[in-house]
Design a protein around this ligand. Structure first.
Ligand code: UD1
Length: 429
């Protein structure tokens, strides 16, 4: 198994280009099950994306990487064409869903197009129970019959019909699943209390480019008028705002001027607000943000919330900055019930963070020291990488396969900025 070995304390300097968004690419790729053909640019090279492509192939899609440059070390170009081969397959098996919860995103498009879906019920995961009851209730309201047997969701319909869906909570993949189902349903669907995340808006804009009739993209009320079929298009996936946020925190910790390129600053507002409150002085341009280390970071209070609030996916990364800031900070996690597994590992590195239910109280003023630590999930791994970069001495982060799910070549990008980080085999001396 791979691990990262980091020698901390080296300043970060230079330019980093942010990749395409994992959480926007996933639903857009799954929407290929609605039929037709399209080409995507800026698709990040990540384990979750490869898993999705292999699930889509099992379900009958044809995928092709376009324009490989002659000098490319791999077949990955970021440009992928997808077409539907109209096979009768409709099952997402346990083996794939187990490795990636977002596989449930095939449910909506399969029901809409093939009128049948069989998807392994995702289990709980380390950060919370993560049920999908809101997805299923919405599909039932749209005319699906759903049963759960032997760990599988079996859903079928004689044809989905538009419905008024009022979500009790603005679930991200729930909104995306319902949106994809509604695009080909008969009649009009409204989704109120919809998730407003930019990745949901990216999916809506992509579907609109394919001829879907959607209004309210990026707001909490989506109105979808079903159409017969979607047309061909080319589309560029939006940038990954969590990767951008991770590099922003890296710059705030150790930057000797880091330029973060390929971003739209607007969806980063809540992250920038926290960094500003802690003393950052970013230079914001239309498609880039430049930031140096905060000279005397001060503690602050943050609460994770659905967009436009501070993202739960940035909670682990901000903690090392809070730990080293002067004065106390607090972090309240409102989205997932158990998302502080990285705190114990950070405390082993010298942070002083106490957990009280959904709140982490950070004492501040700590000098972090390198240690051997264990990554427990994707964003926790990114938080530990940042802690390792600022810690004195050597840190080894085990189980970095988690980070490969969602960060494209993070160690190479950090190395180019001057970090001392290398990927090793866990038992390598
Ligand atoms: C998505 C993101 C994930 C991010 C999360 C919150 C993707 C692939 N993943 O996950 O990176 O951390 O949004 O921004 O885009 N819930 C229910 N019932 C449901 C659905 C959700 O109770 O039917 C609860 C969940 O357990 C959780 C909360 O609602 O406590 C938010 O979950 P949700 O927005 O659905 O997160 P995901 O879409 O799984």
């Amino acid at each position: 198994m791979d691990a990262f070995r980091i020698v901390g304390g080296h300043p970060l300097r230079g330019t980093v280009r942010i990749s395409g968004s994992k959480n926007a690419a996933l639903p857009i790729l799954f929407s290929s099950l609605l039929g037709g053909e399209f080409t995507l640019r800026n698709v990040p090279c990540l384990r979750d994306i490869r898993t999705t492509l292999s699930l889509l192939r099992q379900l009958g899609a044809h995928t092709e990487h376009l324009d490989p440059p002659a000098t490319s070390p791999s077949e990955w170009t970021g440009t992928i064409s997808i077409s539907d081969r109209q096979t009768p397959d409709y099952e997402a098996p346990y083996d794939l869903v187990r490795t990636m919860r977002a596989s449930v995103l095939c449910l909506g498009p399969l029901l809409a197009r093939k009128r049948r879906a069989r998807v392994s019920l995702p289990g709980g995961c380390l950060i919370g129970a993560r049920p999908i009851d809101m997805h299923l209730k919405a599909f039932e309201k749209m005319g699906a019959r759903i049963t759960i047997h032997h760990g599988y969701i079996d859903a079928e319909t004689d044809g989905l019909v538009g419905a008024e869906i009022a979500l009790p909570y603005p679930t991200v993949t729930g909104t995306e699943n319902i949106l994809m189902a509604a695009v080909l349903a008969r009649g009009t669907t409204t989704i109120s209390n919809a998730a407003e995340e930019p990745e949901v808006a990216d999916l809506a804009h992509f579907l609109m480019a394919r001829g879907a009739r959607i209004s309210g993209a990026g707001t909490s009320t989506l109105r979808i008028e079903g159409v017969e079929a979607l047309c061909e298009t080319g589309y560029k996936i939006m940038f990954d705002r969590i990767e951008a946020g991770t590099f922003l925190v890296g710059a705030a910790l150790l930057g000797d001027s880091v330029r973060i390129e390929g971003v739209d600053p607007a969806p980063l507002a809540s992250i920038l607000d926290v960094l500003l409150a802690m003393g950052a002085e970013p230079r914001i341009e239309e498609e880039a943000i430049t930031l140096g280390a905060i000279r005397k970071p001060v503690g602050t209070s943050v609460r994770t919330l659905p967009y436009p609030g501070f993202p739960t996916d940035m909670q682990a990364q901000i903690l090392p900055l809070m730990a080293t800031a002067s004065g106390p900070s607090s972090m309240i996690e409102t989205v997932f019930e158990n998302r502080f597994t990285h705190v114990m590992e950070m405390n082993r590195m010298g942070a002083e963070i106490e957990i009280h239910g959904s709140q982490a109280l950070v004492r501040g003023g700590s000098r972090l020291e390198g240690a051997i630590v264990m990554a427990s999930d994707l964003r926790a791994s990114a938080g530990l990488v940042l802690a390792g970069l600022v810690a004195e001495g050597e840190t080894e982060i085990k189980r970095v396969y988690h980070i490969d799910r969602g960060y494209e070549a993070i160690e190479r990008k950090l190395e180019l900025l001057g970090a001392r980080i290398k990927r090793v085999q866990e038992d390598q001396p």
